[in-house]
Design a binder for this molecule. Structure first.
Ligand SMILES: Nc1ncnc2c1ncn2[C@@H]1O[C@H](COP(=O)(O)OP(=O)(O)OP(=O)(O)O)[C@@H](O)[C@H]1O
Ligand SMILES: [Mg+2]
Length: 286
C-alpha cells in the first residue's frame, strides 16, 4: 500500500505534477487524412502544498478538466509524472489507487448530472463509503447533511426535489463522506443561479478551513478564484502560462493571456450583472 498522505511535511508538495502531456486522437473522418490530435495538456508542471487553496483558471477547452482527471487517476498521461503524497500515481494499477479514491474527492459543475436521480440523498452521500467497503452509518449521513446546511430529513428525498444550490450541497456532502484530504472542485458554481453562487462558495471555503483540506478549485472566472484561492495557475491552450499568489496574478499579471483575462473582468461583469460574484460573497459575509 502507498504512503498515507499524513506523512507529507508541511513544506513539501502534497501534489507534484511534472511535464504532464495528454493528447486525444479525434476519430478519423476520411481514409486519406490522418486522425487529428487534440493536445489537451501540453507539458504541465505544478506543485501544490498541503492545506493550500489552489486555483486553476483558463478559458473553455484549455485543458483544466483533463488535468484534474489525470490528477484523480481517472485518466493516464501520455508522458510526465504525477506524485500525490510522494507516490507516483500515473502508472499505478487501479488496485493500488485505493488511497487516492478516498483521499481525493471531486465536486463537478452540474450537480444534476453528477447525482443519480434514482437514488435517495442518504444513499448518494453514503455511496463513496460503501464503494470503499466502509459501513456508512445514518449518524454519519446526518452529520454530513448538517455540515452542508441541509435538514436531516433531506436524506429520504431524491435529487430532483432540491434546488440547484441544494443539489450542489448534496454533491459536497458526498465528496466529504470518506474524509478526504484533497477536495477538487471543477467549476462548482458555474451552473448555479448567480444568487446562490456566493452561498455555495462560502460553504466550500468554510469546510476547507474547518476540515483542514487542500483545495483545488477550477474556474474560468479569475474573480471567483481570487476570492477562494491563495495561489493560482493560469492555463492557456493546454499549458500553464503563469502561476503565483492570486493577489499577484490579479493585480500584476505577467503573461499577455493573463492580462487579457484580468482586463476582461470588470467590463464583462459591468455588462452582465452589475454585481460581481466577489461583491456577493462580501455581502453574504456581512
Ligand atoms: N476524452 C476526450 N476525447 C477527445 N478529446 C477530449 C477528451 N477530453 C477532452 N478533450 C479535448 O481536450 C481539450 C481540453 O478539454 P477539457 O475538458 O480539459 O477543457 P476545460 O478547460 O475543462 O474546458 P471547460 O472550461 O469547457 O470545461 C478540448 O479540446 C476537448 O475537446
Ligand atoms: Mg472542464
Amino acid at each position: 500500500m502507498s504512503e498515507p498522505l499524513s506523512s507529507v511535511p508541511p513544506d513539501e508538495p502534497l501534489i507534484r505534477i511534472s511535464k504532464v502531456v495528454r493528447d486525444y486522437k479525434r476519430p478519423r473522418t476520411s481514409l486519406w487524412r490522418p486522425a487529428k490530435v487534440v493536445h489537451a495538456v501540453r507539458g504541465v508542471s505544478l506543485e501544490i502544498k498541503p492545506g493550500e487553496r489552489f486555483g486553476i483558471v483558463g478559458e473553455s477547452g484549455c485543458g483544466k478538466s483533463t488535468l484534474l482527471r489525470l490528477l484523480a487517476g481517472l485518466d493516464r498521461p501520455d508522458s510526465g509524472e504525477i506524485f500525490v503524497s510522494g507516490t507516483e500515481i500515473s502508472r499505478l494499477p487501479e488496485r493500488r489507487l485505493g488511497f487516492l479514491r478516498e483521499d481525493l474527492q471531486m465536486v463537478f459543475q452540474d450537480p444534476m448530472s453528477s447525482l443519480d436521480p434514482r437514488m435517495r440523498v442518504r444513499d448518494i452521500i453514503a455511496e463513496p463509503l460503501v464503494v470503499q467497503g466502509h459501513p456508512a452509518s445514518g449518524e454519519r449521513v446526518r452529520e454530513l447533511l448538517e455540515a452542508v446546511g441541509l435538514p436531516p430529513d433531506a436524506g429520504a428525498r431524491y435529487p430532483h426535489q432540491f434546488s440547484g444550490g441544494q443539489r450542489q450541497r448534496i454533491s459536497i456532502a458526498r465528496a466529504l463522506a470518506p474524509r478526504p484530504r484533497i477536495l477538487v472542485a471543477d467549476e462548482p458554481v458555474s451552473a448555479l443561479d448567480v444568487s446562490v453562487r456566493a452561498q455555495v462558495l462560502n460553504l466550500i471555503t468554510e469546510l476547507v478551513d474547518s476540515l483542514n483540506l487542500t483545495l483545488i478549485f477550477v474556474s474560468h472566472d479569475l474573480s471567483v478564484v481570487r476570492h477562494v484561492c491563495d495561489r493560482v495557475a493560469v492555463m492557456h491552450a493546454g499549458e500553464v502560462v503563469e502561476t503565483g499568489t492570486t493577489g499577484e496574478v490579479y493585480t500584476a499579471p505577467r503573461h499577455p493571456y493573463t492580462r487579457r483575462l484580468v482586463s476582461a473582468i470588470p467590463t464583462l461583469q459591468r455588462a452582465l450583472a452589475g454585481a460581481t460574484t466577489a461583491d456577493l460573497i462580501q455581502r453574504e459575509k456581512r
